[in-house]
Design a protein around this ligand. Structure first.
Ligand code: SF4
Ligand code: SF4
Length: 176
């Protein structure tokens, strides 16, 4: 999360910045909107989890323009983003900041950066077909509340699909 990852000399001296990074984002997103940011801060002011981020959404957009990819990948911001799209709805430049956060997460994972929580959740989906294992006590509570039981998911089809997409490699899947 240190800007030292990208900046070795001076403010935005950028000797180790990747100037092709923004092109990578543009290619993945299919538009150049990220270049239109005017640093107004509306996205950061609208973000319900901005308080917990080490860099605000506005800063992340600027850092992306400047090629500071290691700092972005190491920051907690892209992982904390709740994908609520308040920022996207309000950006006066029409930038889909929320979706850009997803793009940045995808790029981070491709580059070998992943938070343990996401790795764990990915492994849970592969194993159980959902982000948690069905547990009997949950069904007992649901029955008591007059709700239907949660059905068991057979993750075989899902696992087949995941194997074909190479997601396992990205998630460093642990054998059951
Ligand atoms: S709201 Fe849009 S224009 Fe304003 S800082 Fe955020 S991304 Fe940039
Ligand atoms: S989509 Fe993410 S960055 Fe945008 S307002 Fe919601 S939590 Fe914040």
């Amino acid at each position: 999360m240190s800007v030292e990852n990208d900046i070795k000399i001076g403010w935005y001296g950028l000797p180790s910045a990747d100037f092709h990074f923004v092109d990578e984002i543009i290619k993945m997103r299919g538009d150049k909107k990220i270049l239109d940011c005017i640093q107004c801060g509306v996205c950061s002011g609208s973000c319900p989890v901005n308080f917990a981020m080490d860099y605000s959404p506005m800063q992340i957009i600027r850092m992306a323009q400047l090629g500071m990819k290691k700092t972005i990948f190491s920051s907690n911001t892209i992982w904390i983003c709740a994908t609520c799209y308040c920022c996207s709805d309000r950006c006066p430049q029409g930038i889909d900041v929320g979706d850009t956060m997803t793009t940045l997460r995808n790029l981070a994972i491709k580059n070998g950066y992943i938070r343990t929580l996401f790795e764990t959740l990915g492994n849970m989906i592969i194993k159980f077909g959902r982000t948690w294992d069905k547990q009997e006590f949950i069904n007992e509570m649901r029955t008591d509340a007059g709700l239907n039981s949660i059905t068991t998911i057979n993750p075989v089809e899902l696992t087949k699909l995941i194997r074909q997409t190479n997601v396992e490699k990205l998630l460093k899947v642990k054998e059951a």
